[in-house]
Design a protein around this ligand. Sequence first.
Ligand code: GUN
Ligand code: FE
Length: 450
Amino acid sequence: MGHQLFHGTVIHSRGPAELIILESALLIVDANGKITNLIEDISRDKVSVLLSALEIPTSPENVRYLPRGQFIIPGFVDTHNHAPQWAQRGLGQSMHILDWLEKVTFPNEARFRDPEYARRVYTSCVDGFLKQGITTASYYGSLHAEATNILADICLAKGQRALVGKCNMNRNAPDYYRDASVESSLKDTEACIEHIRRIDPESKLLKHVLTPRFAISCDPELLDGLGKIAAANQDLPIQTHFNEAEQEMNFLQELFPQFKGSEADLYEHYGLLNERSILAHCCHMTEYEMGRLKELDCGVAHCPVSNMTVGGGFMAAPVRDFLRRDIKVGLGTDSGGGFSSSILDAMRQALVASNAREVMSQGKDKGLDIGELFYLATLGGAKVCGLDTKVGNFEVGKEFDGLIINADGLGVMTMLEHEDSTRTIFDKFVMTGDDRNIKEVYVCGSQVWA
Ligand code: GUN
Ligand code: FE
């Protein structure tokens, strides 16, 4: 594969308040999938002169010119996603979290003991997320090492960038779906770490992510063992659920009274809270825990769709407050918990949640705007996953994970009108587009969906 060149509208984010819209840009990607140039403003007739000056070995005919209504954005980052829940989405909505786990989720995830079943569901799952523009996902697997390795194989084969974790859970789950012992849980985790290091030795696309489901489902010895693996493997991210819902928080307090209700203190005690931590939900946060997350540089996976459907109650995480304090935050679909596996829907629901927060805070925490939602879905998520030096936007030197959007006349998104500005077209896509508007998907320069 030689260089790839795209000319037209390029939209990306440099920060929560830095939405960049380039209407006549030239994006150049080299044979290794790296972005070598982003010329911000160049008319079509100047492209060929520029290419000779840059000594790029290609001819102007190879430039892909995007018409009005099409544009390029960075791939979406899904910071929290349960792959085994792909086939249970939509079930058990409005149940409280522990009841939902027992009645819907554990029986479903137990099926992944069968590798054939795992292969079938995970193939559909990875395809389903790729077609929705999710170029990076942080996946929870089931507790099974074999199925988790299959998920990693499928991500690699299909070209999706992914953090993949064997889920650790050895208590407060039924006999048929629980790690047999602390030792077996840790041994299976080590095996999954090894597997990913074998199939992707340079971590081009994959990393194992340490995945204690949540403290309720892990004995202290298991948390301790995972903390030791985290200390010995500084390259591995860590993910867990954090202050999601009252039912979970109350039970956790019963199990670990010594931490006086602070999940931050609990995970920190076991060596699981640091700049590599991806904390899902964070709906109920004390001032103290906000401070700890900032000091330890943890990332938050905001999952607004599941927070308002599964879990118990209407949970609107304080995203404006995270941004104000410069705590890393991105979006998660959560997959099973909720009605949608789309990051576009997560963006819209994040808007709704932030509007609720504005009311709850008597106007102190303003609702999010579209530029902020887009940041969360791209660069914000990349930061949470520790991948922002590689992806998240189109800075020169990063790898090209991008989507070609066709906003013109496809699906049911708001129709375009002649007078629409590029910004208007972008807003229409973010608020009303869906996978039908995602025309092509690239990861590290390779086309992985069309
Ligand atoms: N807490 C522990 N497990 C889960 C899960 O699968 N989904 C959600 N939303 N919360 C959890
Ligand atoms: Fe979850």
